[in-house]
Each structure stands twice: as C-alpha cells, then as structure tokens.
Design a protein around this ligand. Structure first.
Ligand code: SF4
Length: 210
C-alpha cells in the first residue's frame, strides 16, 4: 500500500471509469433551481427533493415568485422535504438577497453563496461546484466514510476532512471527486457490508477485506 499522495490519482482515475455516470442526483435546469434543490436537500433524500421540485419549479420560476406568496403557502409546497418552516424561511431570505444584491442571479463563488441566508458552507460548495467554480470538496456521509476507509483522512469532522482532501486531490478534480465517492459508496462501499471483492480500488485501500 503506497502513500496516500500516490494512491489518490489512480483511485480517482479508476472510479471515474467505473462510475462514468456519477453526477449530482438532483434534477434542475437553471442555477436558481440548483440552489433551491440543494437547500431543500438538507436532512432528506435527493429522490424526495426531486419529487417535490417537479411541481414546485412549474409554480415558482423566479426569485420574486418565492416572495409573492404567503410563507404558509410556500411551507405547504415544500412540506414533504421536512423542516419545511425553517427551509421556507431560508428560501425566502435567500431569494430576497438574490434580488437585493445579485440582480436576481445566483452567484457562482463560494464566498458570495455563503452570504445568502440559510446557505451553509456545504450547500455553497455543492452549488459552486456544479456551476463550474469548485472552491472546496463537498463532504457528506459517503465522502466521509470512503475517505476514512481509503486512508485519505483520519478525521471525523467534515471541515478537517475537507482540508485533508484538498491537500491530496488535484484542484481540477474537486468537483467530481465527491460524486465519485458518493456513487462508489452507494454501489459498492456500503456503510454495512462493503463489497470489497468487487471493488476496483481494493488494492489501493487499506480497509479492503478482499
Ligand atoms: S476495498 Fe472495500 S472498504 Fe475499500 S473502498 Fe473498496 S469497498 Fe470500500
């Protein structure tokens, strides 16, 4: 098993072949729809968000639309994503700032995105990466588990994990790296019972049971 600095490149290359379809699982057609989807995806599944946004986005097309209805109406429309009160408040706050400070457009840099109410660093990271401007590496539960198993970090805290990964992963791969780990986590490296025998990076993984 070589040092992690040397293992990371072949890990990325092999996972990119294995999961050539790896991409964000949210359905959106504009930066605004992307931002809303990612904000709604906190504490729920992407499938659930897509189900809600399939009707939401035909009713709410512009930032103004989220402010034109009473808060309770927006809460009803996003109810199925959970934490609907807080999410509705965040959405409206973010839409108001888009209008007030960004000319109604979604900014693409992390620094601008984190200024929007209710937009945490993780949300901003996902949005800026999808908009072609990755400023960091998105660390979710799959990225954390796989980074640890692959020996790329020893940390538990997402911010520290991101710091470790940013030192190892070439900047050009910051956007796709989390998708590769997420899809590998869903398909092969399950939280319980990873399928190490079928894993294309098992010779590069210190946790391999193969
Ligand atoms: S070898 Fe096993 S533990 Fe390591 S990444 Fe592959 S599936 Fe996960």
């Amino acid at each position: 098993m070589g040092p992690k600095r040397l293992r990371v490149r072949p890990i990325i290359e092999r996972l990119a072949v294995e999961h050539a379809d790896a991409a964000i699982a949210l359905t959106f057609e504009s930066p605004l729809e992307l931002l809303i989807s990612v904000m709604l995806s906190a504490q729920t599944t992407d499938v659930n968000v897509n189900r809600v946004t399939s009707t939401l986005f035909s009713k709410y097309r512009r930032p103004e639309d989220y402010l034109a209805v009473p808060q309770e109406e927006l809460e009803r429309d996003i109810y199925a994503t959970g934490f609907y009160r807080q999410k509705a408040r965040s959405l409206r706050g973010a839409m108001q700032m888009l209008l007030d400070e960004f000319g109604g457009e979604v900014p693409s840099t992390l620094d601008e995105l984190v200024r929007l109410p209710g937009v945490a660093r993780k949300t901003a990271n996902v949005v800026s990466s999808e908009l072609g401007n990755p400023a960091g590496i998105v660390v979710d539960t799959h990225v954390r588990r796989l980074s640890q198993r692959l020996g790329l970090t020893k940390h538990e805290d997402p911010v520290k994990i991101e710091r470790d990964l940013a030192k190892l992963v070439p900047r050009k791969d910051w956007g796709r790296f989390p998708h590769l780990l997420i899809w590998h986590g869903r398909r092969i490296c399950h939280a319980r019972g990873p399928l190490c025998e079928e894993c294309v990076v098992n010779d590069l993984c210190p946790s391999s049971r193969a």
